[in-house]
Design a protein around this ligand. Structure first.
Ligand SMILES: [Zn+2]
Length: 371
């Protein structure tokens, strides 16, 4: 995510911290070291929660690139959404289960070390033992909050997974989204009547995230109805493998095409995208660098009969903005993310403008419990 700094890597997943998170830390540092430890403790739990989602997702073949910590919670960026409801069910459940596991594991040790008086004391950071008891109970709040059966909480995804078996994915999504809107309105009402800014922020966040989920599903349904051959432009250019980058630039300027299959003896041997060209632009040797030196030799390919949904998912997964399209071994065109966006901008999903951003998965919105 833009504006975030990598903290460390675990299980091949980058744990990032968003710059706005430092503001939160500063805010809490101002109210004392124990408050700061409280925030760090809670976000340690949030990271663990996201990590559990991510590891289960990976078991189902979904790659997770990064987990970002935001002031409002954590966010695991997955390369695609789970296709099977059962996968979504287990991925979503894994997060709250991690909180419940922590509750169970630490209950007796906490009682033993802190004593009942401290553990069941009203929440406070007045002493160190009270601070740790506080973190323990926020963990419980995280588990409960995330099990609320409404989007964008994990419980909303669990609800959708269960309902979609009976009434279909789209209808199930609508119900979980409506619940999300209702909860957002309740939080908003509570926030306004109690002048609780964080609660208001959370309400807005939930409302928007729930709407976003609905949009994503509408887009998906629209894109399933079309195949690549329905929108594929038949006139397209290819570039020879021994052409220079300067020549390719000229092609880009003269045509409206920015991504090219690379040919050698009538065979597609590579693919070069706008991203690849931009990356090699800064080099001095624009005239001496050849297309084959910088092209992608290992590139994803689409078939004419693939749905737009499949093409979009493939682009997101491979982090590429265009795909060469094949019929058998023959290249028949190039499809880009913009081509796909045009389809649902024109006919589906309420004129949504999509920049091809990544699907992001779980989020926590419970930091409000701290205030
Ligand atoms: Zn979660």
């Amino acid at each position: 995510m833009r504006g975030s700094i990598r903290l460390f890597n675990i299980f091949g997943i980058s744990i990032n911290i968003h710059v706005t998170f430092f503001l939160l830390l500063l805010l809490f540092l101002a109210s004392g070291v124990r408050s700061l430890v409280l925030v760090i403790g809670v976000f340690f739990i949030v990271t663990l929660h996201e990590l559990c989602h991510s590891l289960v997702a990976r078991r189902f073949g979904i790659e997770v690139r990064e987990i970002t910590l935001l002031p409002i919670g954590g966010l695991a960026s997955m390369t695609r959404m789970p296709e099977k409801p059962s996968h979504e069910f287990f991925i979503s459940l894994a997060g709250p289960l991690s909180n419940i596991a922590l509750l169970g594991i630490f209950f007796f040790p906490m009682r033993l070390i802190l004593g009942d008086y401290v553990l069941f004391h009203p929440l406070s950071v007045a002493t160190w033992p009270l601070t740790f008891a506080h973190i323990y109970w926020i963990n419980l709040a995280l588990a409960i909050f995330n099990l609320i059966p409404a989007f964008p909480m994990d419980g909303g995804r669990i609800l959708r997974a269960v309902l979609s078996q009976r009434i279909g994915y789209q209808k199930a999504t609508k119900i979980a989204v409506n619940f999300g809107h209702i909860f957002a309105l309740i939080f908003g009402y509570l926030g306004i009547t109690r002048m609780h800014l964080m609660l208001i922020a959370i309400a807005i966040f939930i409302y928007m995230a729930a709407s976003g989920e609905e949009l994503q599903v509408d887009i998906k349904e629209t894109l399933k109805k079309f195949r690549i051959r329905d929108i594929l432009r038949r006139e397209f250019l290819t570039v020879a493998h021994d052409a220079t980058i300067a020549h390719l630039l000229e092609l880009i300027f003269r045509s409206h095409q920015e991504d090219f299959p690379v040919m050698a003896f009538d065979r597609a041997v590579g693919f070069i995208t706008r991203q690849d060209v931009i990356m090699n632009m800064r080099d001095a040797g624009r005239d001496s660098v050849l297309v084959r030196d910088v092209m992608r030799k290992d590139f994803p390919r689409a078939g004419e009969d693939d749905t737009l949904m499949k093409a979009k998912a493939l682009m997101e997964e491979k982090d590429i903005r265009a795909l060469p399209v094949f019929r058998g071994d023959v290249v028949t065109g190039v499809i880009t993310l913009e081509d796909i966006s045009r389809v649902y901008a024109l006919i589906g999903a309420g004129g949504a403008a999509d920049d091809g951003k990544k699907n992001t998965y779980s989020s926590e919105y419970t930091v409000g419990g701290l205030f």
